[in-house]
Design a protein around this ligand. Structure first.
Ligand code: SAM
Length: 280
């Protein structure tokens, strides 16, 4: 059966590749790679002499059509990217989608991924998280994207290139506030691996002072926003409703309380009726 294997490769340390990935890379007819020279070095390190073809962002459309035709003719391929898991902020989406639509078997061969690697050691909540990947390159668009996740309570995960990390952190201070907890994973699994944690404002200072060198690859994790304090909201709603009820009918008191506190009119009406009844 012709098969497209989607194979994860290391994000730094060359030995962070699974036994199954090495076996698949040995066995397939061809390996489709983002940068064939980079992948050749990895394969050489593991003594694998596979045939390589280029599959990258700028030739994705043409290369996908060619690879699908070859898969349909019976060849098997492994798709790899320069680092980590293909398709995760890397090319491959078009090929995988078209292969599946064409009824070709697409088989995952999982392994390293920078976001999960950073999450596994950051000490931030991992039960739920939002992968935001790379944000827009330009400041206004980037700040708008940050605004959209400002109140997100799940841990946020960003990828960033070294030439934008300073601007990204400055924008995070302006949108999330100085105190938001941040963990920066730099050069993970590599020689100069660094895991830094502190406030967003401290991160800006650490980058300015070279405590965090502005070099290498970065994953930025941001603690989720604190959930809105619903208990405080409810206490305020009850206080306003109780003040208005002796003066107004329940429906009117609920309406006014809703517009003053932002509470839910229907819930407040039910509460108003209950308060009235309890007072006989
Ligand atoms: N497909 C990859 C994955 O599975 O994580 C991501 C590829 S994306 C083009 C490259 C970005 O991933 C880098 O700019 C950086 O944000 C992050 N990254 C990759 N390797 C990393 C590493 N060793 N340490 C920190 N971040 C890394």
């Amino acid at each position: 059966m012709p098969t497209l294997y989607v194979v994860a490769t290391p994000i730094g340390h060359r030995d962070d590749i699974t036994l199954r990935a090495l076996q698949i890379l040995r066995q397939v007819d061809t390996v489709a790679a983002e940068d064939t020279r980079h992948t050749r070095a990895l394969l050489d390190h593991h003594g694998i002499s596979a045939r390589l073809v280029s599959y990258r962002e700028h030739n994705e459309e043409r290369a996908s059509a060619e690879l699908i035709a070859r898969l349909q003719a019976g060849e098997s391929f492994a798709l790899v990217s320069d680092a980590g898991t293909p398709l995760i902020s890397d090319p491959g989406y078009r090929l995988v989608r078209e292969a599946r639509l064409a009824g070709i078997d697409v088989v995952p061969v999982p392994g390293a991924n920078a976001a999960i690697t950073a999450l596994s050691v950051a000490g931030l909540a991992t039960d739920r998280f939002c992968f935001e990947g790379f944000l827009a390159a330009r400041g206004p668009a980037r700040r708008k994207q940050l605004m959209l996740v400002r109140d997100e309570t799940r841990t946020l995960v960003f990828y960033e290139a070294p030439h934008r990390i300073v601007d990204l952190m400055a924008d995070m201070v302006s949108v999330f506030g100085e105190a938001r907890e941040v963990v920066i994973g730099r050069e993970l699994t590599k020689k100069f691996e660094q895991l830094w944690s502190g406030s967003a404002a401290a991160a800006v200072a650490a980058l300015a002072g070279e405590e965090i060198p502005v070099r290498g690859e970065f994953v930025v994790l941001v603690a989720g926003a604190l959930p809105a304090d619903s208990t405080a909201d409810e206490t305020e709603q009850f206080r306003v409703l109780s003040l208005l009820l002796p003066e107004l009918p329940p429906k009117k008191a609920a309406e006014l309380t809703a517009s003053i506190t932002g509470g839910n009119k229907k819930d407040l009406y039910a509460q108003a009726v209950a308060i009235k009844q309890s007072k006989g």
